[in-house]
Design a protein around this ligand. Structure first.
Ligand code: APR
Length: 307
């Protein structure tokens, strides 16, 4: 059985463990800094397995020895935002956490692939790349799949169609200037720009951009975790089962989309070994400019990391 470690047994980490345990594709180790938290949640999950009918092991720990030899390490450790905060406000605190978590996880699992969730996502993925010194295929940030599933859910609700029929692609940084690509998104093959009137489409694009903030505003004490965790579980599955699944993800660019030395959301093919390929869409001028705006924002954050 493959082994997946999830660092941070908070809302997103624990929910990811549950989605994954249900898939029965890996044993899971949860690690948290808070005494007993990972152990309590993993014991509770273990006790659910007979009902779910899944023969995976879920264990919790405060240290990294149990994570040794992981195939994939998912990093969800860090603070989440509260109302009035942007993801960027988390940079300093979460930067320190991600730095130490990467070093310790890598020591225990030198062959692992890393999936990053901690915000601000693109800057944390970049930090993980630099601190780990790994090849870019093995460090992948989760963002675009979440932003895209948010958009898909809004379109499906608006049109009253199955979520299976809705395909959306949101590129760029994981912030309010992300780039939902309406020309490349479609409903059962019909481009979104033909499936929805312009004002409804614009409203959905705007709601997608602010999707994380909408949930922070409602929850008041934390941020979204069901959809982020579902997105993480799908990425883990794509890698472990070598699915060659194309999804938007934050990866280190070396000239693709005109960008270099940045982690940024673009369509990437996930399978064995991490991401195998970056798919370059044909973008018009407005789309390219929107991506550049988003990239310059991510670059500001990366600069503030003082690496
Ligand atoms: N090592 C291990 N775990 C840590 C560390 C650390 N150094 N620092 C914090 N944690 C743990 C916390 O104890 C907590 O259990 O990380 C967990 C984070 O969980 P939550 O507070 O529930 O936050 P969550 O909603 O899961 O979000 C986690 O993902 O989406 C992003 O912005 C979000 O950066 C945040 C992260």
């Amino acid at each position: 059985m493959a082994k997946v470690s999830i660092i941070g047994a908070g809302q997103t980490g624990a929910t990811t463990a549950l989605w994954l345990a249900q898939r029965e594709i890996a044993d899971i180790v949860l690690v948290d800094i808070v005494e007993g938290k990972a152990q309590g949640k993993s014991l509770d999950m273990t006790e659910a397995m007979p009902v779910i009918g899944s023969d995976v092991r879920v264990i919790g720990s405060n240290s990294y020895d149990k994570t040794a030899g992981s195939d994939i390490v998912v990093i969800t450790a860090g603070l989440s935002r509260k109302p009035g905060m942007s993801r960027d406000d988390l940079l300093d605190t979460n930067g320190g956490i991600v730095r130490s978590v990467i070093s310790e996880s890598l020591e225990a699992s030198p062959g692992a692939i890393f999936i990053i969730l901690t915000n601000p996502l693109d800057a944390m993925s970049y930090l993980a790349m630099k601190v780990s010194g790994l090849s870019r295929e093995r460090v992948i940030g989760q963002a675009g799949i979440l932003d895209s599933t948010r958009m898909r859910s809004f379109v499906a609700l608006e049109l009253g169609v199955s979520v299976h029929n809705v395909h959306c692609y949101v590129l760029g940084g994981h912030g309010d200037d992300m780039v939902p690509l309406t020309r490349h998104s479609n409903v059962a093959g019909v481009p979104l720009i033909d499936a929805l009137p312009p004002d409804r489409l614009e409203a959905i694009v705007e709601r997608t951009r602010k999707g994380g903030g909408e949930i922070v505003g409602l929850l008041k004490t934390g941020s979204a975790y069901y959809a982020p965790a579902a997105a993480l579980a799908q990425m883990v599955e794509a890698i472990l089962l070598d699915r060659n699944l194309i999804i938007p993800a934050s990866v280190y660019l070396q000239g693709e989309y005109g960008q270099s030395d940045i982690c940024f959301g673009v369509p990437a093919k996930l399978g064995r070994g991490g991401f195998k390929e970056i798919i370059e869409y044909d973008l018009n001028q407005a789309e390219q400019q929107a991506l550049e705006r988003s990239a310059s924002h991510v670059r500001e954050l990366i600069g503030a990391l003082n690496l």
